[in-house]
Design a protein around this ligand. Structure first.
Ligand SMILES: Cc1cc2nc3c(=O)[nH]c(=O)nc-3n(C[C@H](O)[C@H](O)[C@H](O)COP(=O)(O)O)c2cc1C
Length: 348
């Protein structure tokens, strides 16, 4: 049953304008399939920055095939296409984009389901035409109104407006959703999703009130029974975190939000100098620390990527129940508000 049907749900052919956005460098095929099966849009994430790009492409393709085997609904892949702190394009973007295209070309059942490519972390430039030629819907994540306008003018189909409170790589301009989202929805004509800080129907209703067409969440979906691929200690760390326990440190593409521990506190104080070790090696080390938290559950010696919303998450959801209930809650809030009698002040 659909509670909120709009141009975004119609464009994608989904029931609810609720997206589980990419959470690389971690495994998300099962979670993505669960969200798509629940009527939202799930996203398969990239596996990070390995030494062997061919092996990485194979791993990514395995995740796509796994997701496609678990759902017959539309799902997305998320591929960061940004540059590192030196301005260099990281070599894996091309490899992952091509792996997704190849997965579609090799199997019509995958092409039918993998209909959306989400890019992030930098202007998608040449990928825009490639994604169009592949017949996919292109969503692009931005952290500033100027970037939204540039992307929409260049042909991106959906803008994801990313606020600084989000988990993972956050916008370098440090704009928060409440300021950024209405600014972007005023500036572009294409559908817009809010990402950063949403966790329930109230967040979805607020996003729709600001002119957005839906929400894309990360952290809320981590604490889910469908997220069987992550170490339970990662989920525990999110459940236990309280206000003020998150931190933005210098990540791979700029600021990156995680839970506060000795590792992220020390990274937040580190300002790279020319005499520093190889920047590519530094990126690899950070990705290794992220994976250590997610696979081994080392939440003190690793990096627990998570958003500010962690402090408000106290339960583990089951996606099949959660997604429609969230859409229903938003629809009820909006209907209640629209039926509120407006009082005209006397003498006006
Ligand atoms: C663990 C984690 C990993 C993430 N990895 C990526 C990624 O690989 N690519 C990307 O575009 N965004 C990434 N993000 C951002 C999410 O896609 C999403 O925009 C963000 O989580 C929204 O904020 P929220 O955590 O408050 O819901 C990540 C977020 C988290 C929490």
């Amino acid at each position: 049953m659909s509670f909120i049907e709009n141009r975004y749900t119609k464009l994608l052919g989904i029931e609810h304008p609720i997206v589980q956005e990419g959470m690389g460098p971690f495994r998300t095929p099962k979670l993505a399939a669960a969200v798509s099966n629940a009527g939202g849009l799930g996203t398969v994430s990239t596996p990070g920055f390995p030494f062997d790009l061919k092996a990485a492409a194979r791993e990514f393709r395995d995740h796509i095939e796994e997701c496609a085997s678990l759902t017959d609904r539309p799902f997305a892949v998320n591929i960061p296409v940004g540059v590192d702190s030196n301005g260099d394009v990281l070599p894996f973007s091309d490899v992952y984009v091509e792996a997704a295209f190849e997965a579609r070309r090799a199997d019509p059942a995958i092409a039918e389901r993998l209909t959306v490519m989400t890019t992030s972390a930098g202007f998608p430039g040449p990928y825009i035409q490639q994604i169009k030629d592949e017949g996919m819907i292109h969503q692009h994540k931005v952290g500033a109104t100027r970037q939204a306008i540039k992307s929409a003018e260049a042909g991106v189909d959906v803008i994801i407006a990313a606020g600084f409170e989000m988990g993972g790589h956050a916008p370098s301009k440090e704009m928060h959703t409440f300021v950024l989202v209405p600014s972007i929805t005023e500036a572009v004509d294409v559908p817009v999703l809010l990402t950063g800080g949403a966790r329930d129907g109230r967040g979805l209703a607020a996003a729709l009130s600001m002119g957005a067409d839906g929400v894309a969440m990360g952290t809320r979906f981590i604490a889910s029974t469908d997220n069987a691929d992550w170490n339970p200690l990662y989920i525990d760390a999110i459940l236990k975190s309280t206000e003020g326990q998150d931190i933005a440190f210098d990540g791979v593409y700029g600021p990156c939000r995680a839970l506060k521990n000795d590792v992220t506190t020390s990274l937040s104080r580190h300002h790279p100098t020319e005499s520093d070790e190889d920047p590519v090696e530094r990126v690899r080390q950070k990705i290794t620390l992220m994976k250590r938290a997610q696979t081994e559950g080392d939440t003190e010696g690793g990096i627990v990527l998570a958003g500010q919303v962690s402090s408000t998450i106290q339960d583990i959801i089951t996606v099949a129940e959660f997604v429609p209930a969230m859409a229903q809650e938003a629809a009820e809030i909006l209907s209640r508000l629209s039926s509120t009698t407006l009082v005209t002040p006397q003498g006006v």
